[in-house]
Design a protein around this ligand. Sequence first.
Ligand code: C2E
Ligand code: CA
Ligand code: CA
Length: 646
Amino acid sequence: MLNQSFALGVGISSMLICVVNLIYTLILKRTDKLQNRLFVAILCILLINSLTNIFSSIYSSELHASDGIASFAVQGARYLYFATHTALCPFFFYYVSNVSFISTRLANRRFLLLSLPFFFTELLAITNPLTHFVWKIDTDMQFQRNWGEFLIYIVALFYYVLSMIVIGRTWQFISKKRRTALIFFITIVSIGIIVQLINKYIKVEVLAEAVGFTGVMMSVENEDDRMDFGMGFYNRTALGLDIGGCLQNERKLHILMIRIQNYDLVNRLAGEGEASTVTDIISDHLTSIVKRYYIYVPDKNTFILTLYDKSEEYVDTLVGEIKKRFEEPWDYKEYSIQLDALIVLAEIPKQIRSTAELFYMIDNPIRTKEGKNVLRGDDLSFIMRRQAVEDAVSRGFAENSYEVYYQPTYHLNGKLHGAEALIRMHDKELGNLYPDEFIPIAEQSGLIDDIDEFVLDQVCRFLKTGIPAKYGIDNINVNLSVLQCMRPGFVESIKEIVNRYSVDRRKINFEITESIAADDYETLSGVIRELKKEGFLFSMDDYGTGYSNVSAVFSLNLDVIKIDKSILWGAEKSAMGKVILENTIRMIKQMKKKILVEGVETESQIRLLEEMKVDYLQGFYFSKPVPKSDFVKLIAKENMFGRKTD
Ligand code: C2E
Ligand code: CA
Ligand code: CA
């Protein structure tokens, strides 16, 4: 009697848990992804199992042996229990596979093969009334187990172990929260099964499964951490984990990247500075192409659509349609906006073999031929080159591949002013490499710190010789990487290097770019303040290319603003460009900062800049960046004869 009420209570508890989970999941409408559908299916199985357990405990066969209806009900409940519970472990395996991006399509041969034991045991359970291979009620109305039941248990164990293998294999691509939930699930279910195995009257298996699944729901099915607030699409972290899972489990897919090239302009025009303007504009279109949960927004101007199990023809048509759509303007509020989209179609794992390669494609500017806005196939060989470049970057120090070049800068009157140190790389396999290619890769792989320290070390060594000062070089500019200055201990490492040579700190001018400044002003201004206190100078590089908060840039107390070459070149192309250059210069002057213009290539540009009265010039007109020995010759010669006699 006691056992019976206990079983009843446990049955009702697990039923309630399942009902609440189901309602919650359905209300949140998370049911259109295969993963979510499997989750709902598992909840339904558990719900049916709880109900059959309740039923069996009420109509316990011992008590109502002679009662025909009760016997029928008990047998029916038991039948339903086996027919559904047999599917539980296989479904859990399918669920885990889905979460880990293993294909669960029966067209996949390996998957079909793995499903055979399940199909067989399910067949046994369903046909049991005819065969009694699993269980039967004997003439004394006693429940009898048959070999089928043991087989079902063994097969369940098989899927349970498979699930754990999948989880183990994909471990590094499962977020911490999900890991905890899966461990919780496995532990609690194992306890439930063991307890029930030891004492068959303590029927807690289904309850343990329901509780375990609640944990899974709260973390795996809840995707808040995979989305940035208000975006409605998956974020960068989710992309890394999901594609990492696909690569790990050899899942093939196409990814389609759409990058809005004129993002800054659009945002400035229509967005009033909101980060999600472009997303707002195109999200309806994107969700009409693929479902929302196949879309990722790893960066504000970049969208990634993941296309699983799609044919070449399908993908081709899709790319064509998207390209066509972006040729038309978009309506947004009262505006009609033209979005300049670059479309990249890549195959995983054929063209993108690691998440590093994926983020390399996402994060770096991609050079394209004029007018070409769809890249695919061989156009993507630059991604394949990434690994080779990374290898070259990491062997660079051991093989002395790095060299610092110098490019002189001048006063407006043609007198030598300073120099910018620029890194070069000569690799034995890849030949000469330019920083535009290898710096982003070094940043990604963490080697940028070593490179920047190497450059600073070389510059200090050069300054220490006294040669630059002798020929009128006031200071040498050293580029700092975006990531480097934010690193804890950065200021100390700079001081340590410079102290090694005890050079005058006013001879070193650090260049930082506008894009860093935009991210985290507080850290940055702290770093600058500290280093300026030590005597170092600072320049703002590439000014005018980003979209930053002007007043914040000027609050950084920089010594020189370097106007980006594109602004200078734009001034020669159009009247509008000229106005932009003039206004930029006027504003910097009002802020009482020195102005350097880079990218000076022609005589006419010099005349223009003379008119506008900037302070310093840098560019190929004077000299390209050259090796140190050539640089010394160059400054020595200019010192003797003056530049104009060159
Ligand atoms: P940047 O700091 O804007 O450097 C100026 C770039 O413009 C250099 O390219 C230089 O060769 C080029 N340049 C200078 N004058 C002219 C000109 O008149 N016409 C043209 N067309 N180009 C000109 P480079 O050396 O290839 O460097 C590219 C970028 O790589 C640099 O841009 C900088 O962001 C990065 N970089 C270079 N060296 C280092 C380094 O030591 N550390 C770090 N973190 N970044 C570096
Ligand atoms: Ca620079
Ligand atoms: Ca620059």
